[in-house]
Each structure stands twice: as structure tokens, then as C-alpha cells.
Ligand binder design. Sequence first.
Ligand code: NAI
Length: 389
Amino acid sequence: MTDLDSGRARTAWIRSRMPLLANARRTFSETRPFEGRRVGMSLHIEPKTAVLLETLAAGGAEIVATGNHGSTQDDIVAFLRSQGMTVHGRRDDSFDDHLANVAAVADSHPDILLDNGADLAAHVIRSGAASSIIGGTEETTSGGLRLRGELAGQVPFPVIVINDSMLKAIGENRHGVGQSVVESIMRITNLMIPGRRFVVAGYGWCGRGIAQYLRAFGGKVAVAEVDELKAFEGALDGYRVGALDDLAEWGEVFITATGQPGVIGEAVFDRLASGSILVNAGHFPWEIDTEALRRDSESSEIDQAIEVVRRPDGRELVLIAGGRMVNLAGPSPRGNSLEAMDLGFLLQSLSLERVATAPESLGAGAHGVPDDIERTIARAFLAALGADR
Ligand code: NAI
């Protein structure tokens, strides 16, 4: 099968399972909110993103896009190019290639940005090209932090930060990540969940979902959380709650979902039983201090996602996916569920529509997703789910 055939077939399957975006495509093909507009995108290039881009194109957008470093799927690039989109990048790009791709998108004079980590916004501001942009969206928390931090006061156009949405927090971070992290641990390790002792570090949106789905499979779950209100919530949700150091000897599998560096480090490693398994679900591969873990130790790779680290005292600790996001790792990774991304990408589509058709309703700088958009999507999701049946 050629790349193009594979990309076409895989996108067709994903498209068939994204009913919310299908509705948006139908509406956009009549209302054409992006007519005459060029949308510049920097986001993971995989089949669900392809369906998002098709939706924008149905609304009249010209697409100029690139992926994130290391995750671009070449068959999807081939398919998108066959649809007349300009797509930069390939899976084996170096980091410098990737930066050049982001620059190429930013320099293509887009009217609207679909950004990830605020890379496009930072580039157009630095290069003095921001005045021609009418607005954009930002997918991530870290991009939202940049827009409100180092770039505050310099962004002359409105940016809707998708990650601020309660709908995304519930639909994607809690239920999408919860399901896919547990699925990935099962797929990668092939171990039994029921009766096993899990420690989830971080009881935010992702941690809540991971704990919930582990328990649903019969796991015994403890929560380690530094925010006392969230620890309180974890306790009332029925989990054992404690400090990570104290749970180190109790747990068998440890999962981080905090967004913070070095959450599991030397102090915890020293107390873990031999055979303990270490998993990260957070965005950056820094929540488990893998450098300290491997120091003076011998590592053997069992396969692409399982590494056994033999510590100087002879204990063996098992690191999954090298500490990278577990739900995008291992054989045949699927990421978050289709429905969770249908929801997340409808948020993107309707937010971009708002930017294209009513930028003056937003004003310059970072914004949350407008409440009416969240409520419209919540109603559409309930209907698509058949929640009343
Ligand atoms: P959140 O802010 O809702 O939750 C993080 C929690 O971790 C907070 O409650 C915080 O108090 C807690 N925390 C911080 N430091 C801690 C420590 N040292 N020990 C214990 N708890 C600590 O954030 P959310 O949405 O749950 O995201 C968590 C991470 O997951 C982020 O890195 C985010 O980017 C990532 N993420 C991963 C996805 C995936 O597909 N794997 C998808 C969405 C988000």
C-alpha cells in the first residue's frame, strides 16, 4: 500500500467515527466562514487532525500546516497534500527541520493561526508579521501560559485557548486520557489490572480520569496530590490518599499526571519494591527523573516501550516508554478516544469560526472558549451519544 492509499484509508475510518465534525463540515460548506482565509497550523499530524483540517477546508480555508516534532505521520501528510493542502514536515525531521517547518507556516502570511505551544504566535510577533493576523486558537496549557506570560501585551489579535475549556477538561483530559492511559498500560505490559495496587500522582483532570478507569477495572488506587483541596476530593472519591514517599512501598504501578518535573525521583526510587512499574501520562517526559533512575544502573530494553533498570542494590524498576506520554507509546498507539477528539476538534472548529467571523467580539490576547460555544457542543455531544436513550 502506498503512503497515499494508507493515509486515505485511515482518515476515512476516523472520519466515519467523528459525527460532530461531520455536522460542522456540512454547516461550514454552506456558511463558508473561512472563505478567502489562509489558516496556518502547527499540531500533531495524524488522522484525527486530518479530519479537523478537512472541516476547515470545507468552510473555505486554505490550509498551510506542519506537525509536532517526531509525531508526524507521513501517510497522512501524503493524503492531505493530495487534497490540495500545503503540509510541511515528515516523521524523521530533525529538530532544526521542525523549526524551519514552523517558520515556513508562520511566514506563509496566514490570516488565522491554529497553534500548539504558541510557536506560531511567537514567530509572527518576533518577525513583525502579527498585524495581518485576524486571530487564532491555542491548543495547549503551555501555549496559554506563554500567551499570558512572556508574550502578554504583545499579541495584537485574539487567541482562544482551547485548553481553558471545561468541556475539554471533562471530555478529553478526564475521560479521553483516563481511558487511553489504562488501555496503554494494559496493551504495553499485558498485566492484569484487578487487584493490583496503583499510585496516581496528580489528581487534576487527567489524574482523576486515570484513577477512575483503573478502579473501574478492579485496581486498588491511591492518590498523591500536593493541592490539599484536590487531595480532599480524592479522599471523598474513595481513594487512599498520601504523600508519594509514603505510598512508595505500597504501590506496584506509579503513574504521573502533574505537568511538573521530577515528581518521581531518587527519594521515591530508593523505597520502591523490585518490579515496580513507572509510567508517565503528563505532556513532558520529565515527571519521572529518568536520568537519576538510570544513574549507576544497568538498563535493558525488553521492547520499544519496556525498559528494565537494574539499580545498584539489585532491585529492578520498570520504566514504560522511557518516561514519555504512555498513551502515545508502544505498539499501535491510538492516543485519546475518537469521540474525545471529535469533541476537542469541534471546539477548535467553532472557536476558529468565531475568530474568523467575529474577532471584534473577543479583543486582543488570550481568551477562554466562549460559553455559548461550550454549551452548543455539550448539547451536540449529548445528542450524538444518544444519552437520553
Ligand atoms: P491539572 O492542572 O488539572 O492537574 C495536575 C495536578 O497535579 C494538579 O492538581 C496539581 O496540584 C498536581 N501536582 C503538581 N505537582 C505535583 C506533585 N509534585 N505531586 C503530586 N501532585 C502534583 O492538569 P491536567 O489537565 O490533569 O494535566 C496533567 C498533565 O497531563 C499535563 O502535563 C498535561 O499537559 C498532560 N496531558 C496529557 C494528555 C495525554 O494525552 N497524555 C492530554 C492532556 C493533558
